[in-house]
Design a protein around this ligand. Structure first.
Ligand SMILES: C[S@@+](CC[C@H](N)C(=O)[O-])C[C@H]1O[C@@H](n2cnc3c(N)ncnc32)[C@H](O)[C@@H]1O
Length: 262
């Protein structure tokens, strides 16, 4: 049963699969935090609130998705839908969360998606090497993959340490501004959770604002946890999380749950 920040009881793990020995120089560099964290989170400044509201008003997911017309988009394996409890980790990197949790929860299905050239292919290879029939990896852009999934199909959607897209000219690529927000909410089953972690204060402020003000998110979701990441280094859920915890970088976590209609 997956509850709170501790997703399952710690148990004996095949550590060779979660221990990634072949980090690149780039990946081993210390990650800079530009806007340190403080809880409770403040609101984004007025202008950024207005910018988010403006992009949500303009969202047209179908139109946005046209950029993938004719492109290859990997399909979610049929067997993923064969399990009744399903999690999807978006931008999963090397896939630590799905690797570990699929071992601990053999009856649940875990899908990791990453578009990175190196991370995506290494993740898919590692997932295959486990031989597990509840672990699925896709190397590709998560946006058209999620957009094609049926609504009310996920119990957990995780976004661990997404790229903050610091320069303001890139803000529309941040998840809080993204036309996929409504679909992410629609994908959750009643009671399902969406979890985002970051080391950047501004990114968490914007995501919290989106979860509480975006018209679809605001009406469908309720807060389950907003605060510091409390997992231990041994229980780090992603490789970025383990790097941050090792370096003593504070990280935060925002979890919202889909309301159960009564
Ligand atoms: C900062 S890394 C974090 C990786 C991992 N979640 C972790 O915490 O270790 C961000 C990852 O998101 C992936 N990514 C960003 N946008 C994506 C998208 N639209 N679809 C799939 N992967 C994406 C990148 O390739 C990169 O591996």
């Amino acid at each position: 049963m997956i509850v709170g920040t501790c997703y399952s009881e710690p148990g004996a793990l095949d550590t060779s699969l979660v221990d990634i020995p072949d980090w690149t120089e780039e990946e081993l560099k210390e990650i800079q935090t530009q806007s340190p964290l403080a809880f409770p989170l403040s609101l984004p400044d007025e202008r950024d609130q207005q910018r988010m509201q403006k992009s949500w008003r303009r969202h047209q997911l179908e139109r946005y998705l046209q950029r993938w017309d004719g492109a290859y988009v990997p399909e979610v394996p049929e067997a993923f839908w064969g399990r009744s409890w399903r999690a999807c980790d978006v931008g999963c990197g090397l896939g630590l969360f799905s690797l570990r949790e699929s071992e601990r929860n053999p009856e649940h299905a875990f899908l990791g998606i990453d578009k990175g050239t190196r991370r995506g292919s290494r993740m898919v290879r590692r997932f295959k090497e486990t031989g597990r029939d509840n672990l699925f990896g896709l190397h590709g852009n998560a946006i058209p993959i999620l957009a094609a999934m049926p609504n009310h199909s996920l119990d957990l959607l995780t976004l661990f340490y997404p790229n903050p897209w610091w320069p303001s000219k890139h803000r529309k690529k941040r998840w809080s501004y993204h036309p996929l927000i409504s679909k992410m909410v629609d994908l959750l089953k009643p009671g399902g959770e969406i979890l985002l972690c970051s080391n950047e204060g501004f990114y968490l402020q914007e995501w919290l604002y989106a979860m509480t003000h975006h018209p679809v998110a605001f009406s469908a979701l309720e807060e389950s946890y907003v605060g510091p990441v409390t997992v231990s280094l041994e229980e780090a859920r992603s490789h970025f999380e383990s790097k941050f915890l090792q370096g003593g970088t504070p990280c935060g976590e925002i979890r919202f749950r889909k309301k159960i209609e009564r």
